[in-house]
Write a protein that binds this ligand. Structure first.
Ligand code: BTN
Length: 265
């Protein structure tokens, strides 16, 4: 651990060739008082995904968790996850991969803008099944009644991961580009973008507009599997602090958590 990361970012970086989970390490650091530390690993042996799912994290990825102690109430926590998704999409785009965000925080490629079913996109979606996932985010936090104690957005990017090592429905930046990406530069961009959006309370007003601009969910027909059952309709907006607004046959519903699937229009 601890190689020179060469990062021009407002975060200190702790690098590991191999670690169980960068989220676990960042939680440890954050609960000990660290604020503004990025834990980055080449490989994870015990990584976790959302909803207790496994997350495959072989050598070649950008497995990155941010330890943050923001001065913000727990109600704003979802904004940090959305900011991490925006930062990840921007880093993918800077690397040359046209990435969009699927609510709340999956980063996909091979999918067109909101409301467009991808016609004319030719080989971008050969299976016709929508986007391929290039990155996912798992945020963990601890809060008191009025203030977040710490929050750890954990970002998994299939950067230079070989196709054979990817789960179904996933892709990697190197698969898309046909060559490896510079992972240090990618991580630096991601961290800088995150810090710019989530660094201060007044800047946080920019997170939702930035998220909307990069989302492929708005304007689409979706099905969200929520803890209270599925909600199907057209996704029309995302509202503070991150709820998806869906127009259904029974009226407008707001969903706060769940798995979102983009349906064919
Ligand atoms: C998802 O299920 O889509 C979220 C996956 C999040 C994986 C990342 S990799 C870095 C960090 N450490 C973990 O153990 N998980 C997250």
């Amino acid at each position: 651990a601890g190689i020179e990361f060469g990062l021009d970012a407002p975060y200190a970086v702790e690098y590991h060739d191999r670690i169980a989970s960068t989220n676990e390490r960042a939680r440890e650091l954050a609960s000990d008082g660290a604020d503004g530390v990025a834990v980055v690993a080449d490989e994870q042996t015990g990584s976790r995904g959302r909803l207790d799912r496994e997350w495959v994290a072989p050598s070649g990825g950008v497995w990155l968790s941010l330890a943050v102690r923001p001065d913000a109430p727990p109600a704003r926590a979802p904004l940090f996850t959305l900011a991490a998704a925006v930062a990840t999409a921007d880093a993918c785009r800077e690397a040359g991969v046209d990435a969009h965000i699927k609510w709340p925080n999956d980063v996909l490629v091979g999918e067109s803008e909101s409301g467009d079913d991808g016609e004319g996109d030719g080989d971008a979606d050969p299976g016709g099944r929508g986007g391929r996932k290039v990155a996912g985010i798992l945020t963990e936090m601890e809060g008191e009644a009025d203030r977040i104690s710490w929050i750890v957005p954990g970002i998994g990017v299939n950067a230079n991961v070989d196709a054979e090592a990817l789960p179904a429905g996933a892709t990697s930046l190197c698969e898309e580009l046909g060559e490896p990406v510079d992972r240090r530069r990618f991580a630096a961009t991601l961290i800088e973008r995150f810090a710019a959006l989530a660094g201060t309370a007044d800047r946080m007003d920019r997170i939702l507009p930035a998220w909307r601009e990069r989302a492929s969910t708005l304007g689409r027909r979706v099905r969200v599997d929520t803890p209270n059952g599925p909600v199907t309709g057209t996704a029309v907006d995302v509202e503070p602090p991150g709820a998806l607004v869906i127009e259904t046959d029974e009226g407008v519903r707001r969903v706060h958590a769940g798995d979102c699937e983009h349906l064919r229009d």
